[in-house]
Write a protein that binds this ligand. Sequence first.
Ligand SMILES: *Cc1c(COP(=O)(O)O)cnc(C)c1O
Length: 430
Amino acid sequence: MTETTAAAASAARYRRRAEALFPGGVNSPVRAYRAVGGDPPIIVRGRGATVTDVDGVEYLDYVGAFGPLILGHAHPAVTTAAVAQIEAGAPFGATAPAEVELGEAIREAMPSIERLRLVSSGTEAVMSALRVARAATGRELVLKFEGGYHGHSDGLLAQAGSGLATLSLPASAGVPADVAAQTILARYNDLGPVEAAFERYPGRIAAVIVEPVAANMGVVAPVAGFLEGLREITARCAALLVFDEVITGFRVAHGGAQARYHVTPDLTVLGKIIGGGMPVGAYGGRADLIDLVAPVGPVYQAGTLSGHPAAMAAGAATLRLLGADLYARLERLGASLEAGLLEAASAAGRSVSVGRVGSILTLFFRGRAPRDFDEVQEADVAAFAHFHRAMRAAGILLPPASQEAWFVSAAHTDEDVARTVEAAREAFRA
Ligand SMILES: *Cc1c(COP(=O)(O)O)cnc(C)c1O
């Protein structure tokens, strides 16, 4: 048996063993590649902008672990900081300096976060932030937007009933209808349904939660006035505005979308980048709101591994390297990838569009970039699946679903972008 077939056999074996253990062979559904086809890769190594699978195949990577790796894989400063903390011991069931350092770095970048609580995932952070919002307002309903993803807690796995601005039905089996009905859905980038919801449920909506740049239905930028309008309506109706910046925080600007668009939320949820690739989440905001959390206030929220020092160290090391020049470079790489993809598609006579904010972007097989979830769903998913497989065959790993963001990291180079565009040129032709 040649070395390659031995390795390939080992990938197949891992997939079989994983399938025997985990639903779909994975521990998070999109990793199963159901949306694009092809065998899900078994990855053993990541360095900079590349990952290597167990067969020894190296890919130029735009998955970026779905968001955290703004510096690329295994950045030496990040791994050194995390390893040093692990060697020092951790966790301790007590506060460690690394928690304070990360907390201060976050507060410095996002002045709307006067105080915060560190947790272990974005899901947990969103769930806790909304608990605070309900406690602060004495109201029960939460308004979210169609196509917005805020983790998998029960209340946020909701989909619209008939018509807009209605109480929701569960979007997942196992979610009690009563819980889903605490969530109201509205169309992203449209203030009309938001106004309508506040009229329909006066004094009952605790918070509006939004990805200020939608990035989980593919990247859909906020239209001018949308975030400002949400700020105005929530303030007028005494509800809280919650920005879910789990992807956009430290990604679309150092201070997140709130800095990029100059709109200040009451509460902010973070995750991904602030853990430098380790499990993390955070929620923060006005001091009076966050001080509702135990042990100071009546809102209970706790975690054995919350603020894990190794994750804090990896996160703090990441944030230390995020300067203005890095964001300028990411913006330039993102813009050049967008321009290259559009040019390559047009040369092949393909009708596509790109939704992009800074270094996150999505290629839509639809002539005009979508503004909301309905328009996102008009894109040709079969065409994306073909494109994904062609790119993978060319050594370029894209996120394995048409409605995911591609993540450009500081480890990507102009040559990487050029190589990606050339591969896309072939893929569009096929
Ligand atoms: C990833 C994500 C979450 C959930 O974070 P997890 O760490 O996966 O639980 C929440 N909100 C947004 C916007 C996300 O992108």
